[in-house]
Design a protein around this ligand. Structure first.
Ligand code: PLP
Length: 424
């Protein structure tokens, strides 16, 4: 059957950003040589035994409790499961000296849906036809932001400045405050901290500058990798929770991606707008995941396991990537982004003689899959060569296989730049 799709239907039936590449990756992995591939493209977290055990124990506790029927056999509040909201409020109030109440908190089915709610209630066209922009202050950023607005023209990203340490082969992005513009035409500001794909953590000072520039405009800080859970920060950082900030949490990288739990913490009026939109869209988030999360957060177990198990797991793998690149890369201008958090490494091959898509295809012939960087610049309309010179490398395979893959990448880099190099 072929239906005539609406404008929104056409737009939403296409995959955006990295999801389009993922289709190619899935087909590659289903091919005959699939077993030989080292797949460093995954965004899915590793199933860590201690984390899985925590969720099993919380499930056993839920099954044994009188609350079980209330959780799975009944509808609940569209704001979210009350014991989870109470656990978040208590945890954040205690940890950061806040005075949050239930009215400041909304639970959504994963954090991606939270950005959809925000993008289409705070961004897009106002009744008098003005376009409210969704401002991404530092590009590259999370590829999923490219598909959240029903009006893609609303997403506007800014090119960063680059701090490069040539001899160390490291670099870091900084927001370019000379360009960044936030006005009454801005619907809201959005960025991830730590950042997927780069691992960048904007400093407190940079975040405070952005929130001051924004004044009355909401600033959504995507904290999918931030402390207190999953605590995938490798550098000191604490959440910035000023009045115009909506702090957005995901439990996916804390081991619960299948349960789709996202959490927004913000001012009462903004939370109310998002809640109403959510009620219209899906009534509320699934309650089983919320109920086990409530137990893991209230007991403190999730924050503890994040620090002692989740963070070290990925940090150790980042060290393997760093050491192998340092040892194996040829003498070309390659730069690894500073490892400040997330479950990814971000590699920039400056002056790459080919582009990121062609390099990705060539590396597949070496049995390695990484993600070409160009889909990670949603909303950046500048013609910038840098967009086609970067790659996201996931920290989800074993250290041994990561090291083999990086050596193969170094060999291809050597070939592509056409230079002789150290043996690999
Ligand atoms: N934000 C960032 C920065 C992410 O990396 C991801 C997922 O990878 C998401 C949001 C979406 O996460 P969720 O599973 O909570 O929808």
């Amino acid at each position: 059957m072929t239906s005539v799709l609406s404008k929104f239907g056409q737009q939403m039936s296409h995959l955006t950003g990295v999801r389009a590449i993922m289709k190619d990756i899935i087909e590659t992995l289903q091919s005959e040589q699939s077993a030989d591939f080292i797949n460093l493209s995954a965004g899915n977290p590793v199933i860590l035994p201690e984390v899985e055990q925590l969720w099993r124990e919380c499930t056993a506790d839920l099954l044994a409790s009188s609350d079980y029927g209330e959780v799975v056999c009944r509808y609940g509040s569209s704001r979210g499961y009350e014991p989870l909201i109470d656990a978040i409020a208590a945890d954040f109030n205690h940890r950061y000296g806040l005075n949050l109440t239930a009215k400041n908190i909304l639970i959504t089915p994963g954090s991606q849906s939270l950005y959809f709610l925000a993008a289409n209630s705070l961004g897009g066209y106002t009744p008098d036809g003005a376009l409210k922009q969704i401002v991404l202050p530092l590009s590259p950023d999370y590829t999923g932001y490219g598909g959240v607005s029903l009006y893609p023209e609303a997403v506007r990203a800014y090119r960063p400045t680059l701090e490069v340490n040539e001899s160390a082969h490291r670099f870091k992005y900084r927001p370019d405050f000379s360009q960044l513009t936030i006005t009454e035409q801005t619907g809201f500001v959005l960025f991830s901290r730590p950042c997927n794909p780069t691992g960048n953590v904007l400093t407190d000072n940079e975040v405070n500058r952005i929130t001051s520039l924004a004044a009355d405009v909401p600033v959504f800080i995507d904290s999918a990798y931030a402390p207190p859970f999953p605590a995938l920060n490798f550098t000191e950082m604490s959440p910035v929770l000023t009045p115009n900030v909506v702090h957005c949490i995901s439990l996916s990288k804390a081991g619960l991606p299948g349960e789709r739990v996202g959490i927004a913490i913000g001012d009462v009026a903004t939370i109310q707008v998002l809640e109403s939109f959510q009620t219209n869209l899906c009534i509320h988030s699934s309650r089983y995941g919320q109920a086990i999360a409530a137990r893991a957060i209230a007991s403190g177990a999730l924050a503890e396991i994040a620090k002692t198990v989740i963070r070290p797991h990925y940090q150790q793998k980042f060290a393997v990537i760093e050491a192998t690149l340092d040892e194996a890369m040829p003498n070309v201008p390659w730069y690894l982004h500073q490892a400040e958090g997330s479950i990814f490494a971000w590699l920039w091959l400056q002056d790459l003689p080919t582009d990121d898509q062609a390099f990705y295809q060539a590396l597949k012939r070496y049995g390695v899959i990484i993600v070409p960087g160009s889909p990670f610049f949603p909303g950046l309309r500048d013609d910038w060569a840098h967009k086609h010179q970067c790659f996201r490398i996931s920290l989800t395979d074993t250290p041994e296989r990561i090291a083999i893959a990086i050596r193969r990448l170094a060999k291809l880099t050597d070939e592509v730049y056409g230079q002789t190099t150290k043996a690999v």
